[in-house]
Unconditional design. Sequence first.
Length: 269
Amino acid sequence: MEKALKTGEIGKLAAESRFTYGGIEWVVLAHNPQKKAVLVLAADVLKTESGETRYMPFDEENKNDFAASSVRAFLNRDFMEELAAAGADKEAFLPLALDLTSDDGLKDYGIDRVTIGIYTDQIYREFRNIIPPASDWHWTATPFSTARNGYEHLVRLVYSSGALNNDIAYGGDRGVRPLCVLKSDILVSFKEGEARTRATAISVEITKAVVEGLKRGIFGADNEEQEEAAPAEEPQAATDQPDGDGEASALYARFAALKRAGFTEAQAL
């Protein structure tokens, strides 16, 4: 029996939820409640109408700087138009900042601010536990090294197994897996059972507690002076906290437990 198709705001979908927007199936990676933004990744590499991988070089001139690459140009021109033709609102896409630090730590290529990109090694590792496997090899935005170090052609890629390696930038037999940031209030479609609802109220309360320095409810501060003296860094564990407002303490305990289990702050929220 085919799963029922539903519609809802993307901001209400939990991490790992799958949804369709602009004719592409995406996976929710993380939420930023303050910016009302959601980081999402294509559920698989881009495909042709017949279901084959849309292979393309990272850069037609064999350079490994994503900011000047032909794959970046494709994503933000042709691919964006394809999304719009399939019903996506171009205004729904928010800027995405990609740190193009090379695999060996060189920062020559800086930060690239783009509308649609692909993940870097850093982002890939950050969300590795919730990124679904892809059906084919595909590019990352991370260079192996940089031109000044004698490596202007090698780019990092992800195997279908999930392992990382390198390849030359003009290699035309690699896939592309788009990454972008969407406004949290846009409507998307999803199949029943493939999306979970976020505990929005809890996430907002935890975010406030962290951003405000874990104030009264968690530390049990009696006055403003004590609140201002509260440490800005994250406490070692929830059990180290004095008794305070029960609900706030419980919210932070959940957040801290997820952090200790290996989740990032974005995922724990």
